[in-house]
Ligand binder design. Structure first.
Ligand code: NAD
Ligand code: TYD
Length: 367
């Protein structure tokens, strides 16, 4: 499947408000959209929290069709002004606090941004778009974590699996999903939702497993695996995810939810060892990178397995992931090796060292 397919579109988008477009997936999606929609203009609203950076938006395919607005999704007046001043026909909502470990140590910002921020966006769209909404779309990006945790042999999550969130992060995302559906049923706001599995790829902040392991390894630092490392995630390459969002946005049915999985289930320890093997080949050290692996205190309430059944989006929208974990991981490691300026800026971001200290050194005392 082509990364930027030419396709018969159901919805013609010209002016798209992307929230959280300076973050990991959002910035990848901005790139995707500027290439896929040659006439589209992207309005990118991002508060530039610790997780967002303008470094993620360098060298866009066509910068003249990209407008960056620094601002908060909790600011109703700002969103109303944007929807009044620009002819926005679609909103693609990524902005969120996204890291489970941070939600355990400090849940308040998660409730503020993920719950109240989503509510604010929905309310602004309802008010400003009024009743003429046939050419509009509000697409909400959510997570597999809302479905809870699976045991090793349970069937993968489907769109009808009951919600069972177990961390402050997943509970806040579940709340946001409920609000989005409520606005569809109550006010007929034209919404779609995608719930995806763990993403990886270029521009991911090194607090998440894969970039953290790559960057620690390159600095000769320990590779901290939580607990026994036998937890399973279903890894989705970010470019595959962008394509799925684009399809749901342009061809998805209003009010519907689509599960998006990578079809790549691995234990954390298997995954870290694969990263080490790729690094051993591409940037060998005196000893194997795997010798830096350390098992550390487990995450409280650690979900043991996520897995997504993507049959619906395959059957209805023709999407399947094109990346195997081997190809995606290799490209991700190569990207880090050839983008040393970005890697340096990621490691230098304000508060990053404090975060490493809080999460990895003082975790036990702070809980
Ligand atoms: P990220 O943490 O890399 O980026 C989040 C972005 O949102 C940042 O640029 C940040 O500055 C911005 N932001 C945060 N609070 C804001 C606010 N109040 N107002 C405006 N902007 C704000 O996150 P990501 O990994 O790119 O995730 C994007 C979305 O995808 C999130 O909604 C997340 O829940 C969802 N998701 C992510 C994954 C994953 O593996 N990364 C998996 C499933 C779902
Ligand atoms: P993460 O990237 O934080 O995503 P999520 O918690 O949303 O799945 O973590 C992925 C898995 O890796 C998860 O099971 C926790 C584990 N993990 C570690 O073992 N060590 C680490 O340093 C981190 C950040 C995560």
């Amino acid at each position: 499947m082509d990364f930027f397919p030419t396709m018969q579109l159901g919805l013609i988008m010209k002016n798209i408000l992307v929230t959280g477009g300076a973050g990991f997936i959002g910035s990848n999606f901005v790139r995707y959209l500027l290439k896929a929609e040659q006439n589209a203009h992207v309005y990118n609203l991002d508060a530039l929290t610790y997780a967002g950076s303008l470094e993620n938006l360098r060298n866009l395919p066509d910068d003249s069709r990209h407008t960056f607005i620094e601002g908060n999704i909790c600011n109703l007046e700002l969103i109303q002004t944007l929807l009044h001043n620009y002819p926005i026909d679609s909103i693609v909502h990524f902005a969120a606090e996204s890291h489970v470990d941070r939600s355990i140590l400090g849940p308040a910002p998660f409730m503020q941004t993920n719950v109240l921020g989503t509510f604010t966006l929905l309310e602004a769209a309802r008010q400003v778009w009024g009743r003429e909404r046939s050419d509009k779309r509000f697409h909400h990006v959510s997570t597999d974590e809302v479905f809870g945790s699976l045991s090793a042999h349970e069937a993968a999550f489907t769109e009808s699996t009951p919600y069972d969130p177990r961390s402050p992060y997943s509970a806040s995302k579940a709340s946001s999903d409920h609000l989005v559906r409520a606005y569809f049923h109550t006010y007929q706001l034209p919404v779609t939702i995608t719930n995806c599995s763990n993403n990886y790829g270029a521009y991911q902040f090194p607090e998440k497993l894969i970039p953290l392991m790559i960057m620690n390894a390159l600095q000769g630092k320990p590779l901290p695996v939580y607990g026994d490392g036998l937890q399973i995630r279903d890894w989705l390459y970010v470019e595959d995810h962008c394509e799925a969002i684009y399809l749901a946005l342009t061809k998805g049915t209003r009010g519907e939810t689509y599960n998006v999985g990578g079809n790549n289930q691995l234990t954390n320890i298997e995954l870290v060892k694969k990263i080490c093997e790729i690094l051993d080949e591409l940037q060998p050290m005196q000893k194997p990178y795997a010798s830096f692996i350390e098992h550390v205190t487990d995450r409280p309430g650690h979900d043991s397995r996520y897995a997504m059944d993507s049959t619906k989006i395959k059957n209805e929208l023709g999407w399947t992931p094109s990346y195997t974990i081997e190809r995606g991981l290799r490209e991700t490691v190569e990207w880090h090796l050839s983008n040393s300026a970005w890697v340096k800026s990621g490691l230098a971001r304000a508060g990053y060292d404090d975060w490493l200290d809080t999460n990895y050194q003082r975790r036990k005392e702070e809980l």
